[in-house]
Design a protein around this ligand. Structure first.
Ligand SMILES: Cc1cc2nc3c(=O)[nH]c(=O)nc-3n(C[C@H](O)[C@H](O)[C@H](O)COP(=O)(O)O)c2cc1C
Length: 231
């Protein structure tokens, strides 16, 4: 069974990013009934503190690391705060980037999207998030960038993302993510890819990305491209 962990970079109850991920979860349930998708609530994590990490006594951290370590893929939806990812998401990824040499992010297939009420869908946050994931040795899914513009207008009366254009982009993202998981599994089976060796501090990083299957709107990852165009 393919296990997907969903991470929203927003703590707001009415978050458009969390709404986008709930739509991702529904799409997975409809199209891959044997897969599971669960949310990782990052608001329960304390601020990263090396002393607290060394003590190893924070249940929320242990749960988060175990959930990610057990996942076949992550899908992260981020707001853009002043051109970057919100601190709460950076904090969560910092926790997940440790223990050094045994990070649950290393070798993890990870897809990224953003959503914002603004006209650019928060896409300015995506390059920094992709760099951050690269730094953590995650394997990012290549797909046309999904940045959901005017996201608040794409919610129904219950706060769910039901807009057809947004759902179509999210379906493609889900397809690309599962295809990346399948490519990784095939590479492991055929011996082309061995489990990622843990990276220790100072090891030069190499960019790892799994290309998605060609799709009518696919192209090379262009970080300034916005998939959704409604203004
Ligand atoms: C501190 C802060 C900075 C923000 N900076 C940006 C920005 O640079 N670009 C943008 O599109 N929206 C920006 N916004 C607006 C967010 O996109 C908006 O609050 C959005 O709804 C947050 O996502 P959420 O609905 O998932 O919580 C900012 C909001 C805050 C609180």
């Amino acid at each position: 069974m393919t296990k997907v962990v969903l991470i929203s970079g927003s703590l707001r109850a009415a978050s458009v990013n969390s709404a986008a991920l709930r739509a991702v979860r529904r799409i997975i349930a409809q199209t891959r009934p044997s897969a599971s998708a669960v949310s990782l609530p990052i608001g329960r994590l304390p601020f990263y503190n090396g002393d607290v990490d060394s003590a190893g006594t924070t249940p929320a951290v242990a749960v988060a690391r175990a959930l990610v370590a057990d996942a076949d893929a992550l899908v992260i939806s981020t707001p853009c705060y002043n051109g970057a990812v919100p601190g709460v998401l950076k904090n969560a990824l910092d926790w997940l980037s440790r223990p050094d040499g045994a990070s649950p992010l290393a070798g993890r297939v990870t897809a990224v999207l953003s959503a914002s009420p603004g006209g650019r869908g928060g896409i300015e946050a995506q390059p920094a998030l992709l760099d951050l994931l690269d730094s953590c040795e995650a394997i990012t899914v290549e797909h046309p960038p999904v940045a959901i513009r005017r996201a608040h207008q794409r919610l129904d009366g219950s706060g769910e993302m039901t807009d057809p254009e947004a759902l179509a982009a999210l379906r493609e993202l889900v397809d690309a993510t599962f295809e990346a998981v399948a490519i990784m599994a095939e590479q492991r089976r055929s011996g082309l890819r061995t489990p990622e060796p843990p990276r220790t501090s100072g090891t030069p990083r190499t960019h790892q990305a799994v290309p998605s299957v060609p799709s009518p709107v696919a192209g090379p990852l262009s970080r300034d491209r916005v998939t959704l165009s409604r203004s």
